[in-house]
Ligand binder design. Structure first.
Ligand code: G
Ligand code: G
Ligand code: MN
Ligand code: NA
Length: 252
């Protein structure tokens, strides 16, 4: 209960920070995109994982303000990366409750514009459950897409959707969930499944990201299977904005 209360004042008290995990493009073997991951240090409890506080924020509605702060901060950071000669895009996790806000589109447009960016700079990560839970989300996602924001289907394979749904979804990118990636090194069947997901996605014109790459063998396998982008601790853990600058300047 105390935690829930503290969450409401976390923005004003400057307790939130966005970290960025580099995403490697396999074709260019370079970093062109990062995933924005929220971090919270509570004054009484210290660092709290988003998997704990995001559900809390969703339950008391504060996710709307927090999520807005996140994409505004991401735009400020991307603009600052630009000033330092780094052209990066960012994937931002968006909750269902944010998508239900009629002002989301305008707020996103304003955030990119205020920072001299275009909507193409942002990829909005949503989960399968959002797509399965109604037509209003569908319309809202289509609208965001028409304005130039890319839509990415996060944690693909963990939800209810079958591969055949991919054709109907208003998405540009799919992220294969890390549970498949961790299995791929031991099990023949997951290799086949991941291969099928990648092939089908490509046939539908979707870009494929593999997340949770922790080992060289996974990196090599996913690259050979044609995954367009790779993300995971093997490439880099999430870094502070300042860490992104130094990571990329030693990288190139
Ligand atoms: O970074 P970490 O692995 O601890 O993230 C745990 C979970 O929190 C992930 O599922 C991630 O998608 C989610 N998450 C991280 N940052 C955000 C955010 O800004 N908004 C939302 N809605 N979820 C986030
Ligand atoms: O649900 P979502 O895909 O947004 O979650 C992203 C989360 O995955 C982040 O919390 C991030 O810290 C975590 N993560 C990123 N790379 C790896 C990895 O290689 N292994 C594991 N176990 N977690 C990772
Ligand atoms: Mn994500
Ligand atoms: Na994921």
């Amino acid at each position: 209960k105390v935690l829930r209360q503290q969450l409401l004042t976390a923005i004003d008290n400057q307790e939130l920070e966005v970290h960025y995990q580099p995403i490697l493009s396999t074709e260019a073997l370079g970093i062109r995109k990062v995933e924005a991951l929220l971090r919270w240090s509570s004054p009484t409890y210290g660092a709290i994982s988003p998997s704990e506080f995001i559900p809390l924020a969703e339950s008391n509605g504060s996710i709307v303000n927090i999520g807005r702060w996140v994409f505004q901060q991401v735009c400020r950071d991307l603009s600052s990366f630009n000033d330092q000669g780094l052209s990066l895009r960012a994937a931002v996790n968006i909750s269902a409750m944010q998508l239900m806000q009629p002002h989301l589109l305008n707020e996103l447009l304003e955030a990119v514009k205020d920072n001299g960016l275009s909507p193409y700079s942002l990829e909005l990560e949503i989960t399968e459950s959002v797509l399965m839970s109604g037509d209003s989300f569908f319309t809202s996602l289509q609208n965001l897409r028409e304005h130039g924001f890319r839509i990415s289907l996060d944690d693909f394979g963990t939800g209810f959707s079958s591969l055949s749904y991919l054709r109907r979804f208003p998405v540009d990118v799919i992220k294969i969930d890390r549970s498949f990636i961790s299995e791929i090194t031991h099990s023949q069947s997951d290799d086949t499944l991941v291969k099928a997901i990648i092939e089908l996605s490509h046939n539908l014109g979707l870009l494929v990201v593999s997340e949770g790459i922790e080992l060289k063998i996974q990196f090599d396998m996913l690259r050979n299977l044609g995954s367009d982008e790779l993300q995971g601790y093997y490439i880099s853990k999430p870094l502070k904005a300042s860490g992104i600058i130094s990571f990329l300047s030693q990288d190139t």
